[in-house]
Design a protein around this ligand. Structure first.
Ligand SMILES: Cc1ncc(COP(=O)(O)O)c(C=O)c1O
Length: 272
C-alpha cells in the first residue's frame, strides 16, 4: 500500500490478516519496483492519496508487467477521478489489463460518503468469489439507494450534477491557492490538478504539524495532518515532511469563506 496513503484502508487490510508493505510514492505516483512476493498492490493512479500525483505512464506499464509476471493483483482505487481540472479524466490502469486489475470507485466524492454506494470492475475469475464474500459480509447493499442511483444515471442527472460540482469545487480550489499564495507564501500546495483535497506542505524546519494543530484548535478549526498517513516512522529516523490534507469540499457553502479565513489566519499565525 502507498506510503503515504489512506490510514483507514491500511488498517482495513491489516485487519483481514494481511501483512502491509509500504510502497514509496514520489512525484510520479507510486514506485513500481515492487517485490515479486507481494500478493496485491493497492494504488490510487488517477490522483495519489494524499500527495496528488498522477501515476506516470511508465509506472502504469510497470505495474501491469509486475502483475502479469507474478500473478499479483492490482487494486485500483479511483476515489475522485470525476474531478479532474487540468485535462480530461485520466484513463484507468484497469483498461490496460482487465484480468490483473480490480477497479474500485464510489459515489462518496460525487454524492455523499453516507450513501455507501460503490462499484467494482473485477477480473472475471474474481467476480464469483467477491460476490460470495460480500454476501456473507453484509447480505447486500441497500436496494432503494441503488435504484435511486440507477435513476440518476439513466436520466443523466448524475452527469449534470458532477459537471456543476466540478465547477464549484474548482472555484474553491482556486480561492484556496490564491489566498495561500499571498497570505502564507512559504506553504507549498500540491495535488490540486484533481480531486477535492490539496496537500499543504509546511516550510522547513518550522512550524511543525503539532504547532499548527494547536493554533487551529484555538480558532475552532480541525485539520488532518499528513502525519496520520505514514505507515511507520522513517527507518533512518529522518523527520517526515510536515503538512496537512485540506478537503476543500467539506465546509457547507455558508461556512466556506469563514473556514478559509480561519485556515489562512492559522497558517499565518504559525509563521508559515
Ligand atoms: C484514497 C481514498 N480511497 C477511497 C475513498 C472513498 O472511500 P469510500 O468509497 O469507502 O467512502 C476515499 C475517500 O475519502 C479516499 O480518500
Amino acid at each position: 500500500m502507498e506510503e503515504p496513503g489512506h490510514p483507514f484502508h491500511r488498517e482495513l487490510v491489516r485487519r483481514t490478516g494481511h501483512r502491509v508493505v509500504p510502497v514509496p510514492v514520489d512525484d510520479r505516483g507510486a514506485r513500481t519496483d515492487l517485490p515479486a512476493a507481494l500478493a496485491a498492490v493497492v494504488v490510487t493512479p488517477a490522483h495519489q492519496y494524499p500527495g496528488g500525483a498522477t501515476l506516470h505512464p511508465e509506472r502504469r506499464r510497470a505495474l501491469v508487467e509486475w502483475a502479469r509476471a507474478t500473478g499479483g493483483l492490482v487494486i485500483e482505487d479511483d476515489y475522485d477521478g470525476e474531478f479532474r481540472y487540468d485535462r480530461q479524466p485520466v484513463g484507468a490502469v484497469q483498461g490496460m489489463a482487465p484480468e490483473s486489475v480490480a477497479y474500485l470507485g464510489s459515489v462518496s466524492k460525487t454524492l455523499a460518503p453516507a450513501l455507501r454506494l460503490g462499484w467494482m470492475v473485477l477480473p472475471a475469475a474474481l467476480v464469483g468469489p467477491v460476490a460470495e464474500e460480500k454476501l456473507f459480509a453484509d447480505t447486500h447493499t441497500a436496494s432503494l439507494a441503488q435504484l435511486a442511483l440507477a435513476d440518476l444515471l439513466t436520466s443523466h442527472a448524475y452527469d449534470r450534477h458532477v459537471r456543476a460540482a466540478r465547477l464549484r469545487y474548482r472555484r474553491r480550489r482556486d480561492e484556496l491557492t490564491a489566498r495561500l499564495r499571498t497570505e502564507a507564501p512559504r506553504v507549498r500546495v500540491t495535488g490540486i490538478a484533481a480531486g477535492l483535497h490539496a496537500l499543504l506542505l509546511l516550510p522547513e524546519p518550522d512550524p511543525d504539524e503539532g504547532t499548527v494543530l494547536d493554533i487551529a484548535a484555538g480558532r475552532g478549526l480541525a485539520l488532518q495532518p499528513l502525519g496520520d498517513h505514514w505507515h511507520a516512522p522513517d527507518d533512518a529516523g529522518h523527520r517526515r515532511p510536515q503538512g496537512f490534507v485540506i478537503g476543500y469540499s467539506t465546509p457547507a457553502e455558508h461556512a466556506w469563506s469563514a473556514t478559509l479565513d480561519a485556515l489562512v489566519a492559522t497558517l499565518h499565525a504559525a509563521g508559515a
